[in-house]
Design a protein around this ligand. Structure first.
Ligand code: ARG
Length: 458
C-alpha cells in the first residue's frame, strides 16, 4: 500500500511502524464527523474557486456512499492507511478520481482531526447529558415512590440526624446537575471550528472559514492556527467532567453497597442487577455498584493520561496527540454505560422502610434537637452542647435512652428543662422543624422533588 506522502519517500513504511502508528482501529468512530467536515470543506473549496460545482457534487456523493458503506459494515478500513481520515480520502479518490484528490487542498490532518474530534465531542456531550437526566429521573422516581421513608443522615459514617430518604437521594440529583452544567460549559468552550488552520499556519488559499464553521454548526472559529491544531484542553475538560461524574456515581455506589448489606438492610436490589456467588449460595452481590465504583478509576486514569500526554509538548501538533482519542472514547463509553445501568438499577431499587425507620428511631439522633431546645430557652449553644453531652454520658453508662430519663434526672443536669422536652423525641416533629431552605422538612423535600421534576421535563 502506497501512503499519502509517497512523493518524497523511497521506502515503504515498515510493517511494525504501521502497526504502531495506526489509529483507524479506534478513530474509525469519527467517520460521520470526518465526512461532515469534508463536505463542508469541499463547499468552502468551491466558494474559493478551487473546486467546480460538479467536482464538489461528486465529492458529496462519493462521501455519502462511503458513509453508507461504513454503516452497512461493508467498508474495509485498512490499517496501512493509518487513520480514518486517510481511509476515507483514499476510498473517495478511488471512487471519483481527480475530484477526490483535490479535497485535501488547504487542509491538513491536523486541522481535520481537531475539527472531527470537536464535532464528535459536541454530539457525545448531548448524549451523556441525556443519560444523566434519565438517572436523575430514576432517583426522583424513588423519591416519589417512598415519600415518607426516613433514614439516618451520617457524618463519619456514624448516625447523625434523621433525614428523609428522598433528601439523601436529592443530594445526588444536585451533584448530577452540576456534572451536566460542567459538560454544557465544556461544550460552549469547545464550540469553535479549527478547520482552515491547516497544518499549523493556515493556507494561502483564501477560504471563507466563517462560512465553513457555520456549515458545520460551530458558533465560532479559532483565531490562532497554532493553538487550533495543538491544544486538547477541550478534551481534558470533558475528561474532568466525566471523572467528576464518575466520582459522584462511585459515591452513590458506595451508598448502595452499604444500604444493600445485611448490616444496613436499607434497600433491596432487583435480582436483575445483582449477581450470586459460585460458592456461597446465600450471596446477592451489588456488582453494578461495585463495577461503577471501580470504573470511576478508569475515568480518572483517562484524564491523567491526557494531561500527561499534553504536558511538555512543543508547539504545535505532535504525533503524541493521537493518544488523545482512546481515553476520550473510553470515558464516553464507560460513562454512558454506567449511567444507563445505574438508572435501571435505581429504578428497581426497593427501600426497606421498616429497616430505615428502625435505624432512624435511635433517639440519640435527636441529641442536637435537645441542644437546640435549650438554646431556645436562652442557653448559649456551647453550654447547651455540654449539658446534652452530660445526659448522653448518663445514657451511655446506664445503657438507657434520652426519652427514658426522668424529668428530675434532666433537671438535675440543668433546671431549665421542663416536661415539653419529651416532645422532642419524635422523628416527625424533628423533620417538620427543619424548614430552612435546603433542610429536609417534608414540605421542603416535596417542593424540591417537584422543582426537579419540572426542571427535568422542561
Ligand atoms: N491520526 C492523527 C491523530 O489522531 C491525525 C493527524 C495526523 N497528523 C500528522 N501530522 N501526522 O492525531
Amino acid at each position: 500500500m502506497r501512503t499519502m506522502w509517497k512523493g518524497r519517500f523511497e521506502k515503504e513504511t515498515s510493517n511494525l511502524v504501521q502497526q504502531y502508528g495506526e489509529s483507524v482501529s479506534y478513530d474509525w468512530r469519527l467517520y460521520a464527523h470526518d465526512i461532515r467536515g469534508s463536505i463542508a470543506h469541499a463547499r468552502g473549496l468551491e466558494r474559493a474557486g478551487i473546486l467546480t460545482a460538479d467536482e464538489r457534487s461528486q465529492i458529496e456523493k462519493g462521501l455519502a456512499e462511503i458513509r453508507e458503506e461504513i454503516e452497512a459494515g461493508t467498508f474495509a478500513f485498512k490499517t496501512s492507511l493509518e487513520d480514518v481520515h486517510m481511509n476515507i480520502e483514499s476510498a473517495l479518490t478511488e471512487k471519483i478520481g481527480a475530484a477526490g484528490a483535490k479535497l485535501h487542498t488547504a487542509r491538513s490532518r491536523n486541522d481535520q482531526v481537531a475539527t472531527d474530534t470537536r464535532l464528535y465531542c459536541k454530539d457525545a456531550i448531548v448524549e451523556i447529558i441525556g443519560e444523566i437526566h434519565s438517572l436523575q429521573k430514576s432517583l426522583l422516581g424513588r423519591c416519589t415512590a417512598y415519600p415518607n421513608a426516613v433514614v439516618p443522615g451520617y457524618t463519619h459514617l456514624q448516625r447523625g440526624q434523621p433525614v428523609l430518604f428522598a433528601h439523601h437521594l436529592l443530594a445526588y440529583v444536585e451533584m448530577l446537575s452540576r456534572d451536566t452544567s460542567r459538560l454544557e460549559d465544556a461544550a460552549t468552550r469547545l464550540d469553535v471550528c479549527p478547520l482552515g488552520s491547516g497544518a499549523l499556519a493556515g493556507s494561502t488559499i483564501p477560504l471563507d472559514r466563517a462560512a465553513v464553521a457555520k456549515d458545520l454548526g460551530f458558533s465560532d472559529i479559532s483565531h490562532n492556527s497554532m493553538d487550533a491544531v495543538s491544544d486538547r484542553d477541550y478534551i481534558a475538560e470533558i475528561l474532568f467532567a466525566l471523572s467528576m461524574l464518575g466520582i459522584h456515581l462511585s459515591r452513590l455506589s458506595e451508598d448502595v453497597i452499604l444500604w444493600s448489606s445485611s448490616e444496613f438492610g436499607f434497600v433491596k436490589l432487583s435480582d436483575a442487577h445483582t449477581t450470586g456467588s459460585s460458592l456461597m449460595p446465600q450471596k446477592k452481590n451489588p456488582d453494578v455498584a461495585e463495577l461503577t465504583r471501580g470504573k470511576s478509576g478508569r475515568l480518572v486514569g483517562n484524564l491523567t493520561t491526557l494531561l500527561v500526554t499534553i504536558k511538555g509538548l512543543p508547539m504545535t501538533y505532535n504525533r503524541d496527540l493521537q493518544e488523545d482519542k482512546e481515553p476520550l472514547f473510553d470515558s464516553i463509553d464507560t460513562s454512558l454505560l454506567a449511567l444507563r445501568v445505574f438508572s435501571e438499577m435505581i429504578t428497581a431499587m426497593e427501600i426497606q422502610e421498616e429497616k430505615t425507620l428502625a435505624a432512624t428511631s435511635d433517639p440519640m439522633l435527636l441529641a442536637t434537637d435537645v441542644a437546640d431546645y435549650l438554646v431556645k430557652k436562652g442557653i448559649p449553644f456551647r453550654k447547651a452542647h455540654e449539658i446534652v453531652g452530660t445526659l448522653v454520658g448518663i445514657c451511655d453508662r446506664e445503657n438507657r435512652e434520652l426519652p427514658n430519663l426522668t424529668l428530675p434526672e434532666y433537671q438535675a443536669v440543668d433546671p431549665v428543662f421542663e416536661k415539653d422536652v419529651f416532645s422532642i423525641f419524635s422523628i416527625a416533629t424533628a423533620l417538620a422543624a427543619r424548614t430552612a431552605i435546603g433542610a429536609p422538612s417534608p414540605t421542603n423535600v416535596t417542593a424540591e422533588v417537584a422543582r426537579w421534576e419540572a426542571k427535568l421535563t422542561s
